[in-house]
Design a protein. Structure first.
Ligand code: URA
Length: 218
């Protein structure tokens, strides 16, 4: 766990003994570690089931998420729900969904490096407390901040890729297109379809397929 000598509030949040307490401390913290605090309505910690084996990581809250205090509840979230339902998974029951930054960037721009640096310890603590079997990185922002060795890359080459990271032993990572990208470019849909089928096959093969999930379609 990464503690900060000069930030007692953050230390208190990241030293929460369990996920429920972490979530409460962070959402009630009034965190002001970066400039995004000035424009937010709510700190958006997550949505879904912290006991699930799948953690999905997006970029940052949009307008709806900011207003409701829950991750992926706007248009991109509704599409994510449909994509996961297509392989038999329910986003609220079978996964936890979080973001690289917990406060809404203005005009939905990508978060800046200083904002990510301020917020990343919270995501790292989420991963440590949840202990997911698989982490799904949605889009380029999520990939580049979880794997800092990634600099110049194209999502066309990355989407669908499975990999591991030395900083997160025992965790399998997978990259998927961000659902918002599909809203702008419908030509990505067939690739997304084959990538989530690969996700379904991987989860079944590794015995991570949730017992109460619908029978996966072939
Ligand atoms: N896009 C994201 O990356 N995260 C959200 O929570 C909503 C939209």
């Amino acid at each position: 766990m990464q503690l900060d000598l000069f930030d007692a509030k953050r230390n208190e949040i990241v030293s929460a003994p369990d996920y429920t307490e972490f979530r409460r401390r962070l959402s009630e913290s009034g965190c002001r570690r970066c400039p995004l605090a000035a424009g937010r309505t709510n700190i958006v910690v997550d949505r879904g089931n912290p006991a699930a084996p799948i953690l999905v990581i997006g970029e940052g809250p949009g307008e709806q998420e900011d207003l409701k205090g829950q991750a992926f509840v706007g248009k991109a979230g509704q599409l994510l729900d449909k994509i996961m339902a297509s392989i038999g998974l329910d986003t609220d029951r079978h996964m936890l969904i979080a973001n690289v930054v917990k406060c809404r960037p203005p005009e939905n721009r990508a978060p800046r490096q200083d904002e990510v640096d301020a917020c990343l310890p919270y995501l790292q603590r989420q991963i440590a407390l949840i202990k997911p079997r698989i982490v799904i990185l949605l889009g380029a922002t999520s990939l580049k901040h979880l794997d800092p060795t990634k600099r110049d890359f194209s999502m066309a080459n990355e989407a669908g890729r499975f990999f591991v990271l030395g900083d997160y032993p025992g965790v399998q990572f997978m990259v998927l297109y961000h659902p918002a990208a599909l809203l702008y470019n419908a030509r990505l849909k067939p690739d997304m379809w084959s990538h989530v089928q690969a996700l379904r096959d991987f989860l079944k093969e590794k015995n991570c397929w949730p017992k109460d999930a619908k029978a996966a379609k072939a």
